[in-house]
Ligand binder design. Structure first.
Ligand SMILES: Nc1ncnc2c1ncn2[C@@H]1O[C@H](COP(=O)(O)OP(=O)(O)OP(=O)(O)O)[C@@H](O)[C@H]1O
Length: 277
């Protein structure tokens, strides 16, 4: 079962340990439905996400992964329990723009250039033009899209569009990056490439990432911790520490350590699988 919250003091120094970036306790969310058969999307979820972690949420369709991500982002309201983001309510965290959100589809405006798509949230925040352009260029360079600033989204491949949407999220300079299956629609080769890119980006920026996926290999490759969820009601079955070296190349997927973690994730998923679906 999942690990308890870490202690709030550092044993070695006696100094208070940094607060977790996300902390959920007994979190529940029941969606009302028109046919009066409410759906329990989340039930009694306890989860602590430490600063700098890369946490993947994995589980079969309908187990509440997106709902949990949306609760963190204040896009859904829990019906029970509590949750803090950077010690604040999700609403306060949203208003302070403390996170960036990457959706399943890139959601770029086709009539805006790539650069102007990345600049859009900064425009809404009222950031002066020169600064928003500098930030957009910096983040486009970080995701390997220098030279594509003036292209339109439809002139880019699916993988490049998704990288542009990651740049847009990064341009807000959030400590927390929430990603809802961003590579799910891409072919395997592109996905491998983006996984490699994402792990390098995570390491170099020190961001905390929460990443929804259906792929065991993707979860093991990217994560420091893997949250295994199961449906009806959506709950956490296991939280697995993924203690592979932080610096990872795709070859690591051939290692016995990788296979052992993938095996444990698969076992967790089997445990939660309901065969009457
Ligand atoms: N707005 C809504 N109204 C009613 N039920 C909903 C709503 N959104 C999601 N649900 C239901 O809540 C449950 C959890 O959905 P959620 O999208 O969080 O799961 P998921 O694990 O992200 O699924 P997937 O992997 O297919 O994206 C599902 O049974 C879904 O049908």
């Amino acid at each position: 079962m999942h690990s308890p919250s870490p202690s709030r003091t550092n044993g070695a120094t006696g100094q208070p340990a940094p607060a977790p970036i996300v902390e959920a306790r007994s979190l529940s969310l029941v969606y009302p439905t028109a046919d009066n058969r409410p759906v329990t999307a989340l039930s009694e979820v306890d989860l602590t996400i430490a600063r700098g972690d890369f946490v993947s949420l994995i589980g079969p369709s309908g187990c509440g992964k997106t709902t949990l991500l949306r609760v963190i982002a204040d896009l859904e309201q829990p019906t029970g329990g509590r949750i803090t983001v950077e010690g604040l309510t999700p609403e306060q965290a949203r208003l302070k723009r403390l996170y960036g959100y990457v959706f399943q589809a890139p959601a770029l405006y086709p009539w805006r250039t790539v650069e102007r798509n990345v600049m859009l949230p900064l425009e809404i925040m009222g950031i002066p033009r020169a600064e928003r352009q500098a930030r957009a260029r910096e983040e486009l360079q970080r995701v390997g899209l220098s030279g594509f600033e003036r292209k339109f989204p439809w002139q880019l491949s699916g993988g490049m569009q998704q990288r542009a949407s990651i740049a847009r999220a990064l341009a807000l300079k959030p400590d927390l990056l929430l990603m809802d299956e961003p590579f799910g629609a891409l072919d395997e080769i592109t996905r491998d490439h983006l996984n490699l890119h994402l792990t390098q980006l995570w390491r170099s920026t020190g961001k905390t990432c929460v990443f929804v996926t259906h792929s065991i290999a993707e979860a093991v490759f990217l994560s420091t911790r893997i949250v295994v969820m199961s449906p009806r009601p959506g709950r956490i079955l296991d939280v697995i520490d993924c203690d592979l070296p932080r610096e990872r190349t795709l070859d690591i997927r051939e290692s016995p350590e990788f296979a052992a973690i993938a095996h444990r994730v698969r076992d967790g998923l089997k445990e939660g699988h309901s065969y009457d679906d």
